[in-house]
Design a protein around this ligand. Structure first.
Ligand code: SF4
Length: 247
């Protein structure tokens, strides 16, 4: 179908829209995917959820190239490494980003459910639900789509990651789905972007401090996340129906 205006595209069935977008842009560059998403598909109804982790500089730089005022959501769990906060500030200033939104958990809920901030130890699924999954819902209100930095080489469920997906009432855009570790490293080097300080200490994937270790397996970038547990994802990218019931 012709692209039409925003209202016309809203009426396009989700399956048709996914087929159209994945057919057209599956092999496109990340910049082309971003421009098509910002300018044509979702206009000002799209955001990027960033952890300001090991690979985040790539997407943030690509977004800054297109629009430094693009809305960027940072889930402020209260459990990030201090180095992540420093890195966030450095990248934000370096790239000229002017619309980074810190989203904390609901403080009343946190005081009731996790007054000592130790829930990660007894029930990490409940902790991620409190600090990431539930705060994301209101943060995405008003947006019809969001961008993620996930890549197929991360392994696990990400091995078959499409560029465009749909879940929980919104589209998800993964412009870097086909990127490799070499692609990430060369982009960061070419653009002279700062690296997260923990990368040099053996952390290729960085989340909250209690749940992140240096990678145990150098060929598995996420092997330091929730190390020793069956848990591999925080739940942001799991359909509601598939999430464990935590409360
Ligand atoms: Fe809690 Fe760990 Fe999840 Fe962070 S990653 S929200 S500390 S369980």
């Amino acid at each position: 179908m012709p692209y039409g205006d925003y209202q016309t595209r809203l009426k396009e069935p989700v399956a048709d829209r996914l087929a159209r977008l994945n057919g057209e842009l599956r092999d496109a560059s990340a910049t082309t995917i971003l421009r098509a998403s910002f300018v044509r598909e979702w206009e000002n109804k799209i955001t990027y959820v960033s952890s300001f982790g090991a690979e985040s500089a790539v997407m943030l730089a690509l977004i800054a190239d297109v629009d430094p005022d693009f809305p960027i959501v940072f889930l402020e769990t209260g459990m990030h490494f201090p180095q992540t906060h420093d890195y966030k500030q450095e990248l934000t200033e370096r790239l000229g980003l002017i619309n980074v939104r810190d989203i904390p958990p609901n403080e009343t809920e946190r005081k009731v459910l996790d007054p000592k901030n130790m829930l990660w130890k007894s029930d990490p699924d409940a902790c991620c639900a409190l600090r990431k999954v539930r705060p994301l819902e209101p943060a995405l209100r008003g947006f019809d789509a969001w961008i993620t930095g996930r890549k197929r080489f991360h392994g696990g469920a990400r091995l078959s990651l499409p560029v465009f997906e749909h879940g929980a009432g919104r589209f998800k855009v993964n412009p870097l789905a086909s990127w490799t570790q070499d692609d990430v490293d060369s982009f960061i080097a070419r653009r002279n972007l700062p690296k997260h300080p923990l990368v040099a200490q053996g952390y290729p994937s960085i989340g909250c401090w209690p749940c992140t270790r240096p990678a145990a397996d150098p060929n598995d970038v996420r092997s330091g996340r929730w190390a020793g547990l069956a848990k591999t994802e925080c739940g942001l990218h799991v359909d509601k129906s598939e999430r464990p019931r935590v409360f």
